[in-house]
Design a binder for this molecule. Structure first.
Ligand code: BES
Ligand code: MN
Ligand code: MN
Length: 455
């Protein structure tokens, strides 16, 4: 039987199995869901075993387990290590969901659920593609699966696991579907991801909340101070003002920028989709460049003072913010966190003290377009989309990609099938049924080409 007819025959079951995964609220950030995260790991392990994997185990870590499984068919064939994650982002704010986040629902050929695209839907394509290759006798490479449960909280235990299991994880390439493509009729492959530096700041003024009339005007207000400090972090050209912030930024060549300018992109559609009247970013760069090759600084959350009903006159004692900086080659997340920290303390106005707490970070990466593995992914997409995929730079971060290079000396191919409009991390996250099956169809073609090109 051909892979396409096997997929066609099993279409409904593939979807209903994905739904089983999507029903499990495996939110790694919230300890209230610890049992569900673990249950999700077990469910993934069961699916891998049923698909035909050997030696399936839950590898225990200091956090959530890593699901490992493999099928080694011939030591002379190349080995593909598939990475994905079974944990998801919190679903809040729940009131903005049109359907419950953990009750997957298909509307207009899109699967709505938290994790539908990021990354259960995309990760599960690999499990079903593997089953398909097994059942049709077309597995052309050895395969190893490493599916983790802490990607959305910084993959803190994956580095140690990789360091301690170098032999077990040995592979010729790492294949990941956890990114997006330009459009369903414009395939693309991410060849870069941004790094991340993430900090939480606490600004303290007086030792207790004060009456804003009795003390207001005479005592430094930490919320005012925080806003002023944050505003100072960009200049009028939207450059980040932290001294040394751009020192290590690799300028992208004129040729590469010209190639980026040719990527199909409609600013009007972009604005319309987000319902914004204009875009805003670093001057001198296009929207695609701003998200692909330039670093950023954004407030992710800010709070302090009175936010209850009505008006309470108060001069707050404390103000807080969570701030992320997306990084590009060759910035280092540790160095940027330190530069931020120093600058943030330096610009604090009189009367407040400042505390900066770093959260998880990650390094940026660029993946090669000249490798056999990239060529195999490109050929696979040509087979199923009828078009050569365009290499693009993803704005998000998958910190373990840089880590895999460091710990395992193995390069990655980011063959993602999502769309930027899939609302990952947002309410109403969804994944196209088309994309799910396109992935299942394309992955076996990757294995075929990778094996052929490795000969
Ligand atoms: N799958 C995303 C990353 C992604 C999405 C890359 C779309 C490119 C295009 C991943 O699950 C993710 O959300 N990563 C986090 C980083 C992590 C350290 C929390 C991110 O980018 O915010
Ligand atoms: Mn992801
Ligand atoms: Mn994510």
């Amino acid at each position: 039987m051909s892979t396409t007819s096997y997929i066609e025959t099993n279409r409904e079951r593939f979807l209903s199995e994905l739904f089983d995964l999507l029903r499990i609220p495996s939110i790694s950030a919230d300890s209230a869901y610890a049992g569900d995260v673990r249950k999700c790991a077990e469910t993934v392990a069961n699916f891998l075993t049923k698909a035909g994997a050997d030696n399936v185990v839950l590898e225990e870590t200091a956090g959530y387990p890593i699901v490992y499984g493999e099928k080694i068919i011939d030591a002379n064939l190349p080995t593909v290590l598939v990475y994905g994650h079974y944990d998801v982002q919190p679903s809040v704010p729940n009131e903005f969901w049109n359907t419950p986040p953990f009750e997957p629902t298909i509307i207009n050929d899109k699967i709505y659920a938290r994790g539908a695209c990021d990354d259960k839907g995309q990760m599960f394509m690999h499990v079903k593609a593997f089953e398909t290759m097994m059942q049709t006798n077309q597995l052309a490479c050895n395969i190893k699966f490493m599916i983790e449960g802490e990607e959305e909280v910084g993959s803190n235990n994956l580095g140690t696991y990789c360091k301690n299991n170098k032999e077990k994880l040995k592979a010729d390439v790492i294949l990941i579907s956890d990114t997006s493509m330009i459009a369903n009729d414009i395939p693309s492959i991410d060849v870069g991801l941004r790094g991340l530096s993430y900090v939480e700041v606490e600004v303290t003024g007086p030792n207790i909340d004060l009456h804003s009339g009795v003390y207001g005007g005479a005592v430094s207000n930490p919320v005012n101070a925080l806003c002023q400090m944050i505003a100072k972090m960009h200049d009028d050209n939207r450059h980040i003002t932290i001294p040394g912030f751009y020192d290590d930024v690799l300028e992208v060549s004129v040729e590469d920028r010209e190639a980026m300018a040719k990527i199909p992109f409609s600013l009007d559609e972009y604005k319309k989709h987000l319902n914004i009247n204009d875009v805003l970013g670093e001057s001198g760069f296009s929207t695609i460049e701003r998200t692909g090759i330039r670093p950023t600084l954004d407030v992710n959350g800010i709070w302090g003072g009175y936010i209850g009903e009505g008006a309470k006159t108060v001069l707050p004692s404390k103000a807080y913010a969570k701030i992320s900086m997306r990084l590009v080659p060759n910035q280092s997340s540790e160095k940027i966190t330190e530069l931020f920290s120093n600058y943030f303390k330096q610009i604090a106005p009189a009367g407040v003290t400042v505390k900066v707490t770093p959260h998880h970070g990650g390094e940026p990466v660029v993946t090669p377009t000249t490798s056999i593995a990239y060529k195999a992914a490109s050929n696979a997409m040509i087979d199923t989309f009828g078009k050569e995929p365009i290499p693009t730079r993803g704005g998000g971060s998958i910190p373990i990609v840089a880590l895999f290079e460091k710990e395992l000396q193995t390069k990655t191919v980011l063959m993602g099938f999502g769309l930027d409009s899939d609302a990952i991390h947002s309410p109403n996250e969804h994944y196209g049924v088309f994309n799910f099956f396109k992935g299942i169809e394309t992955i076996p073609r990757f294995f075929h080409h990778f094996s052929e090109l490795s000969k």
